[in-house]
Write a protein of this length. Structure first.
Lengths: 258, 381, 327
């Protein structure tokens, strides 16, 4: 089986956000594979292992040169080859532009199934994977918790509000991973050492058959700012017999929420 | 000279850190409290390839250098020094002497399962009456036909009971003193080989420390390691490399304690502001950071010799070990101080690091012995 | 002339979801500011009866797309019919709830329309040039962006519980039309075989007005009973921190945080939750935050409007008793 994983490199979730020049400053920030994309990689690896010989995983990302690190980590985890779509014209790309670029890169790749994370923890927009599916003209199921396939149809459990649904979808299809799908493995030492010699193909827009004008962003970010800090609250200390009734009184009389 | 890690080393550091924080950190207080050895975590280390880093690939290792080994032990110890020493003792004190002194047959037989972690290793040198002075070795080996018969006991053996393969020393000819000592590879489940007391320790409480007991243990002659009379040399050279592991463990302890104190100093408020605002705290933190960095660089210098199996490892590893272990103790003690009263309680990790740090000044050669080694190197001409 | 603000109504079994009322209420305000009509689009099966309700919350026009095949949401079928409706109706803006359905639908629909989308927005407002500005919370709540576009239509999904629901006016009437329910067969590839809803009498996490969440400090799964008792007295949903979910004490669907649900209730009560940055990412926009923790240094207190430093096992049952007295 040919398996594709879409990956995004994001800030570590612990990262402190500094804004300079109207943008989030990446200086000194630890970059990691988006946590949800790790679930996608793990599911791809599990599928590849179940399929045995002849299966291959291609991991694809769009970003700057620094995103190579994330691809190397995915290769160290066991993916086989990787593509980095990198082009200055993609600076400031919105979800539409990123999806167009990634979908274009996938035109030359054979795939039976594509896994991606359901959302990236940086811009939290949760769009690109689904848009790529649309651009490729394949079905997609978002936020999956369980996955099985007989090779032609995937049976997945999708999380919905207040429950789950079981969906059958013919392959090729895009599936986006929700937490709970699996426990991602760590790359091991052997994997890290092998990663260096695995293919990492860098493509600019021209190489995927797009011009800068094809990926002009639809949305513009007008401003980025730090959230207004919440005002200091009322913290009660002492015996529970006194603090508990006082809290209830405050919620009832001051905040008027109960 | 370049002070940068390679891309691979950075990836390895990240991986081990993630492993340590996500899988090793949970339950650490309980393991410390109950003095439980975590077999599952050992197995996880083996699966990740952390236990045979420096050995050639033909023997199941990874063919990586000692800096890589050091950073792995450091990252494990930054979270759990007990797990750090488990890996260090296994690799440096058991697999490494077999690699350095073993015959081709011995290496082919014993190294791959050790390097891949299918088997765990331990090293039996210390005895009740033979600590820093190996000439006090009372465990005896007597050749009978094509076997050696071992009698005696070893104390304070890290990985004892859990390890599958042991490198031990025994006296064959008391007249010859150190030159009468021989080293052997001993497998668990050999008749007559049993485990005595489990030590109750001040720190590194979830590492296993046992007494080894030999009652007419028969070891086949092909398990003699390094030749009769060479056991003392085997032990000394083994310890040169072992000290790199302990020094790395010490750097990890210092780093873990320092980071905990740094974080706490920014959260803890006194006199209306975080204590990190006070110069007295800042100077403490600056000293801690500086000492750790210096210790780490000295360890890496020792690593650069060890990677080449250079004799100078002896000198640099001794310096690295004494400096790093003393740094670990200073830093962990200061960390407790920064935590104040909370630092003295088991609610916070500082006191555990402080307890764990002490042993690094003692095992695999006390700080006093390290200074003897350093002095001997300086004065040898 | 722009053809108005459209609200994609989310319903289940012909009952409108709370976020639909929120969007109609807010949509009405925006439409009035722009001098544009407000249109509600209701997709489903047997849902024509919802038109009056949509009108009473502000819709000037209701488009009903009613078909058996649209009974359960599927990405393809919903994208197919909404793409046709939007392409022919040419609204200036389309609001969708940031629910499991909306999160899946919006990007697919936007890509097909060749337009941008702002997801999980927490504020919608016109600027001086009558351009809609969408405020989003990014980097786990550690930064805020304002985005906009001149490309029409603009799609946005709005975070549930963000907008207030206005009083319905049953005298309001809306023009009701039927939209095309033709579905491109290529959009019918994925098939829903089964829907399994969690059996809970409590509100759904993302639309609950009050949430009581427990973390590592709960010490074990059995202790969540005290939170459930409290929740049932005040009509709350019960959430959990990642620590509690990873420990296996609560199911993943109840996790609040960066790798869980993003919630924005009126009142969020955090019991035994230290307040890791990843947890704050999921609940930082709650109107009131209450923290109960025995550690006075716990990070959650920096965010809390009200806090109690104390043993939650003593405090929570007392709170339950006190709330009972209010009823």
């Amino acid at each position: 089986m040919n398996i594709v994983v879409l990956l995004k490199q994001t800030f570590d979730t612990e990262a402190k956000i500094v804004i300079s020049g109207g943008k989030v400053d990446p200086t000194g920030v630890t970059l990691v594979i988006n946590p949800y994309d790790e679930f996608a990689i793990e599911e791809a690896l599990t599928l590849k292992e179940a399929q045995g010989e002849g299966s291959e995983i291609t991991v694809v990302t769009a970003g700057g040169d620094v995103a190579e690190q994330a691809l190397r980590t995915a290769l160290a985890m066991g993916c086989d080859k990787s593509i980095l779509v990198s082009d200055e014209a993609l600076d400031g790309a919105d979800e539409w532009a990123a999806a167009e670029a990634v979908a274009a890169a996938l035109k030359d790749v054979e795939y039976d199934i594509i896994f991606a994370g359901r959302i990236a923890v940086d811009d939290a927009s949760g769009q690109v994977a689904v848009r790529v599916a649309e651009a490729l003209g394949i079905p997609s199921v978002s936020s999956i918790l369980k996955f099985e396939t007989d090779g032609t149809v995937a049976t997945v459990t999708r999380e919905i509000d207040g429950g789950n649904e079981i969906i059958e979808v013919p392959l090729p299809a895009m599936l986006t991973a929700q937490k709970g799908l699996n426990e991602p493995r760590l790359p091991n030492m052997m994997g890290i050492m092998k990663a260096k010699s695995k293919p990492l193909e860098k493509k600019d827009l021209a190489a995927v058959g797009k011009a800068a004008g094809d990926v002009a962003a639809k949305f513009v970010i007008d401003s980025v700012s730090l959230p207004t800090p919440r005002e200091a609250g009322t913290i009660l200390k002492g015996e529970a017999a006194e603090t508990a009734p006082e809290l209830v009184r405050l919620l009832h009389e001051e905040a008027k929420v109960i | 000279m370049d002070f940068q890690y390679t891309d691979e080393q950075l990836m390895i550091k990240d991986m081990v850190r993630k492993f340590a924080e996500e899988q090793v950190a949970p339950g650490i207080e309980e393991r410390d409290e109950k003095e439980e050895f975590p077999v599952d975590l050992w197995n996880a280390c083996a699966e990740l390839g952390l236990v045979g880093i420096t050995f050639p690939e033909e023997y199941g290792g990874l063919g990586q250098d000692y800096v890589t080994y050091s950073l792995v032990v450091e990252e494990l110890s930054r979270v759990d020094p007990s797990l750090g020493v488990t890996v260090s003792a296994h690799a440096s004190l058991c697999a490494n002497p077999i690699y350095m002194f073993g015959t081709d047959e011995q290496k082919k037989k014993f190294l791959p399962p050790l390097a891949t972690g299918q088997k765990m290793g331990a090293f039996g040198l210390t005895e009740a009456m033979a600590g820093s002075d190996a000439s006090g070795t009372r465990t005896t080996a007597v050749k009978e036909g094509n076997e050696y018969v071992i009698n005696g006991s070893k104390v304070f053996i890290t990985n004892g009971y859990y390890a599958d393969t042991y490198v031990i020393t025994a006296q064959m000819d008391k007249e010859k003193g150190n030159k009468g000592i021989a080293a052997f590879i001993l497998e668990k489940d050999t008749p007559g080989f049993t485990f005595g007391k489990k030590e109750k320790k001040m720190g590194i409480r979830s590492s296993a420390t046992y007494e080894l007991v030999f009652e007419n243990v028969r070891i086949p002659e092909e398990n003699l390691l390094g030749g009769e009379g060479n056991g003392f040399k085997v032990a000394l050279q083994t310890l040169d490399y072992g000290r790199i592991g302990i020094a790395s463990q010490a750097v990890g302890i210092a780093q873990g304690a320092y980071e905990a104190a740094l974080k706490y100093s920014k959260e803890r408020e006194q006199f209306g502001q975080p204590i990190s605002n006070f110069q007295i705290t800042q100077f403490k933190l600056a000293d801690m950071a500086m000492q750790i960095e210096a210790a780490r660089l000295l360890v890496y210098e020792a690593c650069s010799y060890a990677s080449k199996y250079d004799r100078a490892t002896n000198y640099y590893a001794a310096m690295a070990k004494v400096f790093a272990s003393e740094t670990a103790n200073k830093v962990a003690t200061q960390a407790v101080q920064i935590f104040g009263g909370y630092g003295y309680t088991r609610e916070y990790p500082a006191e555990r690091f402080m307890r764990d740090a002490k042993i690094t000044e003692i095992y695999e050669g006390t700080s006093e012995v390290q200074r003897m080694v350093i002095a001997a190197n300086i004065l040898k001409d | 002339m722009a053809n108005g603000i459209w609200i994609i109504i989310e319903q289940k079994d012909a009952v409108m979801k709370k976020v639909s009322f929120e969007m109609l209420s807010e949509g009405r305000k925006i439409a009035d500011q722009a001098g544009e009509p407000l249109t509600a689009v209701i997709v489903g099966s047997g849902i024509a009866g919802l038109a009056d309700e949509a009108a009473s919350y502000g819709a000037d026009k209701v488009i009903i797309i009613d078909d058996e095949k649209l009974k359960d949401y599927t990405t393809g079928a919903y994208t197919s019919v909404l793409n046709q409706a939007i392409s022919s109706g040419e609204p200036s803006a389309v609001l969708i709830g940031n629910t499991a359905i909306g999160k899946d639908l919006a990007p697919r629909l936007a890509q097909r329309l060749g337009v941008g989308a702002a997801t999980d927005v927490v504020e919608v407002a016109y600027d001086a040039d009558k351009l809609l500005k969408f405020t989003r919370s990014v980097y786990g709540g550690k930064a805020v962006t304002v985005t906009s576009t001149e490309v029409r239509p603009v799609l946005a999904t709005v975070r549930p519980n963000t907008f207030a629901v206005s009083e319905p006016d049953t005298s309001r009437k809306a023009e009701t039309v039927n939209g095309s329910a033709d579905i491109d067969p290529a959009d019918l590839k994925a098939v829903v075989k089964e829907i399994v809803m969690a059996t809970s009498t409590r509100p759904e996490l993302i639309e609950a007005e009050i949430i009581v969440s427990g973390g590592r400090g709960m010490k074990g799964p059995e202790n969540f009973a005290i939170l459930e008792e409290l929740a049932d007295v005040i009509g709350a949903a019960v959430g959990a921190s990642r620590a509690a979910v990873d420990a296996g004490w609560r199911e993943e669907m109840y996790q609040v945080g960066q790798t869980g649900k993003t919630v924005s209730p009126t009142l969020y009560i955090a019991a035994g939750i230290s307040g890791a940055i990843q947890h704050l990412a999921g609940m930082g926009t709650s109107k009131y935050i209450v923290a109960i923790n025995k550690d006075p240094e716990a990070n959650i207190f920096t965010l809390a409007d009200y806090g109690i430093v104390g043993d939650l096992f003593e405090v929570v049952p007392l709170l339950t008793e006190e709330f009972k007295k209010l009823q």
